[in-house]
Design a protein around this ligand. Structure first.
Ligand code: ZN
Length: 70
């Protein structure tokens, strides 16, 4: 995975960075998605499963203290 090439790009990655689910328009999670303003290195440091994602879905935002088993 070439993470470094994505840094600096303003194109948003419309997945939840906790569970990897799509939060793009029409996904059902679009409306309640929360933008994550951390950069990708911060997300990696936080051990997120999908650090390239620019959003957190409402499900993970609600239960972010728990391990999500998918
Ligand atoms: Zn999620």
């Amino acid at each position: 995975m070439k993470i470094s090439e994505k840094v600096g790009s303003k194109k948003l990655v419309e997945i939840c960075n906790h569970c990897g689910k799509s939060v793009s328009f029409g996904s059902g999670l679009f409306v309640n998605r929360i933008p994550d303003f951390n950069d990708i290195y911060t997300r990696i440091a936080n051990n997120l499963e999908y650090p390239e994602g620019d959003f957190v879905c409402i499900i993970c935002d609600t239960i972010h203290d728990e391990i999500v088993d998918i």
